[in-house]
Design a protein around this ligand. Structure first.
Ligand code: SF4
Length: 429
């Protein structure tokens, strides 16, 4: 698969959208609200939906880092929007708002007993990041991950990942790799902050040439690893963590889950990551706590009458069927929201994967279980690509180019049997 284009050199201003620094898009300003660990209360998610209704286009967009976006905000609305977020606890820091990028294992303590309390670790790391003035210099692309031991969040090659293991030992991964750094759970957050500071203090990062650890030269990464290894609470080991295959296959499973304590949880996918206000009303009625997932879904950690709620949510357009053709299908904004786009990729993706007639010649598509994720994009920039192996479907202006991992690209003109070709590309090689 061709590499995605590199981001601009770090010397350029950080254009990542935030809730205070909004991004100008073709359909208005775009606000991105960080939701560390994807953790939201029902009150907060309802507030976000009200913000989208009052100041945006009436939808919430879920991102690949489990954050939430509001589109089409008017310039005059930016102040009121920020004030409402701040009052709801969704904007605890103005200086650090764009660097609170923390993934957490969304199914922690739901399908397996917890190794540690992911939510508590996420909240502690969020507070520690915001309390460290230097970390406001991180780019909005820098990513932390707190895993529950299954390896799902660290598999996304976060800049700093914390993976708890047996014997009260946490593996501290840098740039997605194990460099032999270990910490006790009680020290793990402090070590994560120290690792981020080591990155910022490195001459290469300080010179403005790196947004993330992956942008560093091997020699510079070695320096950061060495410096992080000197932080209080870190010990070194020759052992190396073996990457895990996250449970659930390439496409996240949805539906009802039995919790170890006997209760039920519900995992819901959101078609193309766009939630309506009505859908938010239902989700928040079903559960007082919610977790946004990096695969554009929502986990309801504890639900009474899960079958009833699954039915109601499905009738509202959300996905609770593990065989749904929507699973694993994502798309960037495309037209009309993004002026760079060569097509309305959401409309084409919807038509292709649900079998409705499409301008690009969609055909009925089978379910998505055990298939590679597919991401539709309006240009080569590839915004919002999910982590890991993925089929990319890129608008070309007169059709789409399909790129499957480690396989040849196919270009199809508009009118070709695009749906069948995409489904073939999603078959694991
Ligand atoms: S991938 Fe291209 S078309 Fe899609 S949102 Fe990003 S810049 Fe716009």
């Amino acid at each position: 698969m061709p590499a995605l284009p590199s981001p601009p050199a770090r010397g350029a201003p950080d254009a990542c959208p935030g809730a205070v620094h909004l991004h100008p898009a073709a359909d208005g300003l775009l606000a991105r609200i960080r939701c560390p660990g994807g953790l939201l209360t029902a009150v907060q998610l309802r507030l976000l939906a009200a913000v989208a209704r009052d100041h945006g286009d009436g939808h919430l967009e879920l991102t690949s880092r489990a954050n939430v976006q509001v589109r089409a905000v008017a310039a005059a609305d930016t102040g009121p929007l920020a004030a409402r977020l701040r009052a709801a606890g969704l904007l605890p820091s103005t200086t650090h708002e764009r660097v609170r990028n923390i993934l957490g294992s969304a199914l922690a303590d739901i399908d397996t007993p917890a190794v540690w309390d992911v939510g508590a670790q996420v909240r502690a790391l969020d507070a520690a990041i915001c309390a460290e003035p230097d970390l406001a210099r991180l780019s909005g692309r820098f990513l932390f991950a707190i895993d529950d031991g299954r390896g799902d969040t660290v598999a996304v090659r976060a800049d700093v990942g914390l993976l708890p293991g047996p014997a009260d030992e946490v593996t501290v991964l840098l740039a997605g790799a194990d460099h032999g750094l270990r910490a006790r759970p009680a020290d793990a957050v402090r070590v994560a902050v120290a690792a981020a500071r080591a990155f910022l203090d490195d001459p290469d990062a300080a010179a403005g040439s790196a947004w993330r650890l992956d942008d560093l030269t091997p020699a510079a990464l070695d320096r950061v690893v060495f410096q992080a290894g000197t932080a209080p609470g870190v010990r070194r080991t020759a052992r190396r963590w073996q990457p895990l295959t996250p449970a659930g296959g390439p496409v996240a499973p949805v539906g009802m889950r039995h919790r170890p304590d006997g209760d039920f949880a519900l995992v819901v996918a959101v078609p193309l990551g766009r939630l309506t206000v009505d859908q938010v009303d239902l989700l928040t009625a079903a559960s007082p706590q919610l977790r946004i997932t990096p695969w554009r879904g929502v986990v309801l950690p504890r639900v009474t009458d899960p079958a009833g709620w699954a039915d109601r949510l499905a009738r509202a357009g959300l996905v609770t069927d593990p065989d749904s053709p929507w699973l694993g299908v994502t798309a960037c904004a495309g037209l009309p929201g993004c002026a760079r786009s060569r097509a309305d990729v959401r409309a084409d993706a919807a038509a292709t994967h649900t079998g409705r007639p499409a301008p690009t010649g969609g055909v009925p598509a089978p379910g998505s279980r055990n298939r590679l994720p597919v991401h539709w994009i309006g240009c080569e920039r590839g915004c919002g690509s999910p982590a890991g192996p993925v089929v990319r479907v890129t608008a070309t202006g007169d059709g789409y180019q399909i790129d499957a991992p480690d396989r040849t690209s196919i270009r199809l003109p508009i009118g070709a049997a695009l749906g069948a070709a995409v489904q073939t590309a999603r078959e694991e090689p």
